[in-house]
Design a protein around this ligand. Structure first.
Ligand code: UDP
Length: 314
């Protein structure tokens, strides 16, 4: 049985990874300071003999007694609304937190996987984005706290690999959606679905012509697991290459929910990337991975989740 520690394990993506690791017979040590993670996401795992939860801020010293085979660093506010509300914590978890998690992996001789992001490409001048594109990031803009922290995290991870010989993996995760997103996390999929279900107008920022490419969470988890067990050291893009404008997404959500909500146009946030689409040919070649869940199916599953959440909150 492999023993795997995951930071941010009670978050949206982290908790789905915990489920997968348990399925794969790992013993899981889940760390989370619960700033944006939620116990609800892992409540079903709490009684499991192979699951351990520790409430901890990963920027503090990590004192884990048991041996570890893998350290997965997923802790960070990840939605623009969250990381702009928590700018210092975001910078700290990406920098100090990554350093602590790498130090722990080194001390245990464990494999390390970094949850990086498509935000390392910033507002990209190359489209779609391939791993060899260096990006176009405003270091002092409102998104810089996340983008630069993750860029630093990648640099630190490669340094541990090159200098200490640590086994490392870097996933550049593109927009991902699905059950366990927080209804108020501010991201476009969760906002639109919750607005549609509540009969409120869907808030489209700018004219809605900006694009994103949305990956359903089960596809993402499959890609992450394959990357973990691969021997791919350089960063790998993981995401669904099917690209939509934000306005197209609004119409898809209205259709899928059967909502009669209207659309409200609000101002575009500063530095909002104009386009985003992963080139996933590397993941295809090296991991034999490609997403399988179509947007209609993924939205239906996510809508179902938020419907239940809304019902239980009444
Ligand atoms: N967006 C929007 N309405 C919302 C939330 C987001 O139009 O209620 C837009 C946002 O400006 C961006 C895209 O949707 O262009 C994706 O935003 P999200 O916060 O989901 O993630 P990002 O890809 O920007 O990190």
């Amino acid at each position: 049985m492999r023993r795997t520690l995951i930071t941010g394990g009670a978050g949206f993506l982290g908790s789905h990874i915990c489920d997968r690791l348990i399925q794969e017979d790992h013993e899981v040590i889940c760390l989370d300071n619960l700033i944006t993670g939620r116990m609800d996401n892992v409540a079903h795992l709490l009684g499991h003999r192979a699951f351990h939860f520790i409430k901890l801020d990963v920027t503090e010293y990590l004192d884990i007694e048991s041996p570890l085979d893998d350290v997965l660093h997923f802790a960070s506010p990840a939605s623009p609304v969250d990381y702009q509300r928590l700018p210092i914590q975001t910078l700290k978890v990406g920098s100090l937190g990554t350093h602590k998690a790498l130090g722990l992996a080194k001390a245990k001789g464990a494999r390390f996987l970094l949850a990086s992001t498509s935000e390392v490409y910033g507002d990209p001048l190359v489209h779609p984005q391939r791993e060899d594109y260096w990006g176009n990031v405003n270091p002092i803009g409102p998104r810089g706290v996340y983008d630069e922290a993750k860029r630093f995290a990648e640099a630190m991870t490669m340094a541990y690999h090159r200098y200490h010989g640590l086994e490392t993996r870097i996933a550049r995760i593109f927009n991902t959606y699905g059950p366990r997103m927080r209804p108020s996390d501010g991201r476009v999929v969760s906002n639109f679905i919750n607005q549609a279900l509540r009969g409120q107008p869907l808030t489209v920022y700018g004219d809605g012509s900006q694009t994103r490419s949305f990956c359903y969470v089960s596809d993402m988890v499959e890609g992450l697991y394959r990357l973990l067990v691969s021997d791919e050291v350089e960063p790998v893009n993981l995401g669904n290459p099917k690209e939509f404008t934000v306005i197209e997404l609004a119409h898809l959500v209205l259709q899928a929910t059967g909502s009669t909500s209207g659309i409200e146009f609000l101002s575009l946030p500063v530095d909002d990337p104009r386009v985003r689409q992963p080139d996933i040919s590397l993941a295809g070649r090296r991991l034999g991975w490609a997403p399988a869940v179509e947007i209609a199916e993924g939205l239906a599953l996510t809508i179902d989740y938020f419907r239940k959440q809304l019902r239980s909150s009444h």
